[in-house]
Ligand binder design. Sequence first.
Ligand SMILES: [Cu+2]
Length: 210
Amino acid sequence: MLTSSFFSLLPPLPVFPLQKYRFYFQEYDATRHVIVHPRTVWAIGAFIGEYDVPQCAPGTPAEQCSHEIWGVVKAGGDNLHIAAAHFHCHAPTCLAMEIWNNATGELICRQRPVYGGTGKIAEHKFDEPGYIATPPCLWGDAPGLAPMPLASGVEFTIRAITNNTYGHHGEMAFPEIALVPWNTTSNTSQPGVMPKGAVQTEWRLLSFSG
Ligand SMILES: [Cu+2]
């Protein structure tokens, strides 16, 4: 870890940040490529899923300081299914986010941050100290994946759990959901369908607890 005193010894030099990107793509084939609805968000909280986290009671051990918000979303669209869920919440306070099916009580996705350097990331080259990964939930036809759950018309409860050793503003409970069109005959995702507009989602906040 470098200290601020170390930086004060350095001469002022211009900094030129560089970023390198590599894009992989396939030519679009309408007979087999399924088009995901762009960035459906099942946020709870304020406008874009932001909310304030109050500090836990003085003297509470950090590992017992946790704050939750719960909200319900009713997914829109016509027979859309969930291919992937990527939860957006803020490091390092985010502890977990979950999606529950209200009708069945099934936990369909729980995501937790994984800390690099702890041996909990299978690919050694990605297991870097100082980094946090939040693995997504994925569904599909490939081996090891559960079938894509129906979303349209279904109510889901979103639960966001955050450490509140320190109170903070601007926390986010912001699940980003990849929805795909469905073929009821084959009971699989439907290739070649171009989304027409954004999927509308109803939502309501249930309660805060601290
Ligand atoms: Cu954010």
